[in-house]
Design a binder for this molecule. Sequence first.
Ligand SMILES: Nc1ncnc2c1ncn2[C@@H]1O[C@H](COP(=O)(O)OP(=O)(O)OP(=O)(O)O)[C@@H](O)[C@H]1O
Length: 579
Amino acid sequence: MIRAFLDALGPDHARPVRNRLLLTAAVSALQGVLLALLVPVFAALLGPGPEAALPWLAALLAVTAGYAVLRSVSLYLNFTLGGSISRGLHRRIGDHVARLPLGWFTGARLGELNRIATDGVSRTMQVPVHILPPLSDAVITPAVALVGLAVFDWRLAAAAAVAALPLWAAFRRSNAAVARNDAARDAAADEAAGRVLEYARAQPVLRAFGRLDQGHAALEESLRGEHAAVRRLLLRAVPAMFAFGFLARLAFGALLAVAVLLALDAQTPAPLLVALLVPVARCAHAVAGAAELGGALRMAETGLRRINEVLAAEPLPEPDRPRRPERFDVEFDSVSFRHDDGTQALSDVSFHVPEGSVTALVGPSGAGKTTAARLLARFHDATGGAVRIGGVDVRDIGSEELSRHVAMVFQDVYLFDATIADNIRLARPGADGAELERVARLSGLDRVVAELPDGWDTRVGEGGTALSGGQKQRVSIARALLKDAPVVVLDEATAALDAENEAVVSAAVTELARERTVIVIAHRMATVRAADRIVFLDGGRVAEQGAPGELAAANGRYAEFLHARQKALGWRLTAAAST
Ligand SMILES: Nc1ncnc2c1ncn2[C@@H]1O[C@H](COP(=O)(O)OP(=O)(O)OP(=O)(O)O)[C@@H](O)[C@H]1O
């Protein structure tokens, strides 16, 4: 557990955390000494010469003063440690995910990250404040007191040591029961959280098709699963904890019986035995609560394990000496890509996009168009072959430099809960008002801004909820124009656009393509035909490539695709229009 804790906090925090944990243990040990010192004090007070208690009392008071100071310092430091753990973990997780490939951020991962950053971190920060100090008091204090006890009466100490063995076994058993069932509860909670999000996101579709019951059934099932997992945790872990508490009290009773037997046997003076039972009674209470604390520690460990899993995700390897491309043509050279689950998304894909030209990626659903576009922006690294910009492998450019050269216009535009102006300035924070106006004009965003109540200062809401799909896409295009990157990857969205938006976006895309190298995942036939080259993908391979006219005339896969599209749209094209 401590190892996982130190791993999660990283090397910067490891030394102070270790020191504070050692201080916590030392304070508990000192408490054990304090309890052991009670024995001679009480023995003397109850015995024939109470004045013999005075030197022990002096020692007791001195240790108590030291203990009080150290306990206060330790508590204070542990509280500050709790706060710095929260900040440190958030920063560490934030820094780490910022270096992870964009392909890592799937919907499920985002939900998981959210739970880790809230529930996982808050459980972890409880550890030094609310779990370890009392747990250390329940384990270290009795162990030290036991050694002290042995000095005064080895028989009672030996009986206490024997009683500790089954207690230790029960403690481990109870901890294991919590760890096992809490991991299952955590997985079920994850599933339920994912289903709740899915249900919320799917509302428009479920309502449109009158299938609210169906979405609800899946949600209900996952909630039932979570409920069952919580029940299992309670049914299996709580009895183990109760059994431990019962055993702890039973052990105290047994020690009491041993003390009586020793007194009857006149082996140990009765006043000493009574004095010996004082620290034993004091420890019994703390020990009885150990199983609950051990359980809480295991639950925090579940959160820590998930944090460490995120921290173990491999960031994109950065080149030792980043290279800067001098020109901006794009080349896919025998590129293959396999997902972690084994799906081969691309196989031996090769094509070249000359600088300043537009290449449309076309093909049926699942052909690998999105995957190819994403490899250019290093959402993932190719598992075979190389993607190059200006002859330089994207892996050798370095992610910061690469992001300066590549602008992305994707369907799922994310907007921050800030003003429209701030959202566009994200592309170039220093851009002035005139530059904003220029890109707004080119992207058709000027008309949107003119209609908004506060113009450029209108807040768009989290995720851009205050804007329509088409308006959001204009913002995304404006961002890309402002960024002025030489390479643009564009995922053309048609679903969100009405006729007016489509015309505006189409003009903006033409503007974006001016003097830039563009790879467009094309859905509209107008874009396909206007491209300089077409790469037709099918099943992750290049089925055909060439100029639109050439391919249409070749009567191959592209012509077939074109024909099917035109038929679907009910278009009648003349031979002239098709070239
Ligand atoms: N995260 C993922 N894990 C596993 N397989 C994936 C993942 N994302 C995509 N795939 C698979 O990779 C293949 C290529 O998908 P890709 O999204 O690139 O196709 P596409 O041509 O863009 O399709 P569409 O036009 O429908 O968006 C498909 O078989 C898809 O099922």
